[in-house]
Design a protein around this ligand. Sequence first.
Ligand code: HXC
Length: 524
Amino acid sequence: MSDKKAKRPLVSPKTQALLDKRARAEAGGGPERLAAQKAAGKMTARERIEAMVDDDSFEEVDLLVETKSTDFGLDKKYLAADGVVTGFARVNGRPICVYSQDFSVMGGSLGLSHAMKICKVMDLAITAEVPVVGLCDSGGARIQEGVESLGGYAEIFYRNVQASGYIPQISAILGPCAGGAVYSPALTDFIFMVDGTSHMFITGPEVVKAATGETCDFESLGGADTHSRLSGVCQFVAGSESDCFRQIRELLDFLPQNCHEQPKAAMASDDPRRESEALDRISELEPKKSYKIHEVIWEIADGHRFFEVHRNFARNIVCGFIRMDGESVGVVANNPQVLSGALDIDASEKGARFINFCDAFNIPLLTLVDVPGYWPGLEQEHGGIIRRGAKLLYAFCRASVPKVTVVLRKAYGGAYDVMSSKHIRGDVNFAWPCAEIAVMGPQGAVSILYKTELAKAADPEKRRAELVREYTAKFASPFQAAKHGYVDEVIEARLTRPKVIRALRFLKGKKVVSLPKKHGNIPL
Ligand code: HXC
């Protein structure tokens, strides 16, 4: 463990030997390579840790570890700290474990000793029951160390899976990460990328060209935009490394240290009884008029603050963290401005993963429903919407954290069931007066129910309008559902925040006893 404050006027030869060894190891790949790292707009591995953790809180372990490999002349090279800085520290006053790969040392490539250093801090994190953050900047398995580096990766993967759902695991991709360097992050809970300097891929552009003939560059293959918007591999994009570390600190603040703890409550910063005229205005809009779901979330949240997860991917569903009366809450909301808020494959997978995370770490769920159904079409059916859309249903059904649901407007068909309905054990379910809870919308329902009558009608359009009015009055409301107790209360929109806070306070002691089984079989 390093002790940076140890500056004595006179040191013994043995202590001097230690200080020299330390200085050599801390110098990474040397001034030239570190300068190249900075020229590429990146911080060094050590600067990154300093920037992310609380001041003067980092304690390094294994600084003096070296590679044992002798192949390809590795025994003649000095690989400082074997290319990775590892240790423990504090973030927002709470302990975490951290590792930071050093691209200046053989491209941050992972040899066996490098892997074992990462495994050691992962084991420490599991033992101490604290989150682990990986700062990744690596060319993947160190080619010279052959199967030992592959084995090293597998040791990390195994630990990622053992730690999954036990402690939060966060990865930041801060350079070109290839091969094994992307699979460990993929097994963690959240991936951050930095716009312009982060890249993730299984094989680089040259291999892609050779294998498939496709032409691409780093950015189109695996840049932050590609992975945040198209593939959904990364949940967060930062404008700079400093911004990335600020976001990681903010995320950690919403989370508990492990699956046994509740998230740490913040000092309540907003009136829990605050009403909202803006929500009344949204609830009074014409049913076909769209609105910004973020506005609803901001109105409900403490201090109007929303920390969105996966912002650029599957924007028809919106997920993220807010605080309500100081407590951490996971929000899942349909977004009527994208695909009318319908559920498709990507939205189902995005929502399911977020719900699974919240459930694993005792973060209650608030579901805001405005959904016309599942998105139809050949592309979705052939892509497996049945199998993959079922993930969202599975995740909501399995989640045993407190679940509060508000039907804002539409809740049609199967999507009504899926979005944390009472039937799949929503604990407290509200609806706004403008909510429409039915098998389908009025136009579709009238077309099916009155097909023959409309075909024969003297004035089909006039008759259709009458039938739509009738159907709307009877079914396109929250009152049928309320009559059956499928919503617990129809509430004025302005009261949403106080009502949800009261429900969440009430549900704090919720306990669910699951069936004794090894584990369920989520449709993967
Ligand atoms: C050994 C490596 C290395 C690696 C980079 N280096 N990757 N050394 N093993 N995997 C070394 C380079 O030789 C170079 O050393 C230094 O790091 C910097 O690399 P550059 O290529 O100069 O940097 P850059 O141009 O920025 O390109 C970065 C890169 C590229 C995109 C990461 O180096 C690259 O494509 N590397 C190989 C990536 C890869 O295919 N990895 C997959 C490994 S297999 P010198 O001394 O010349 O400066 C794998 C499978 C795991 O990971 C299986 C898990 C399921």
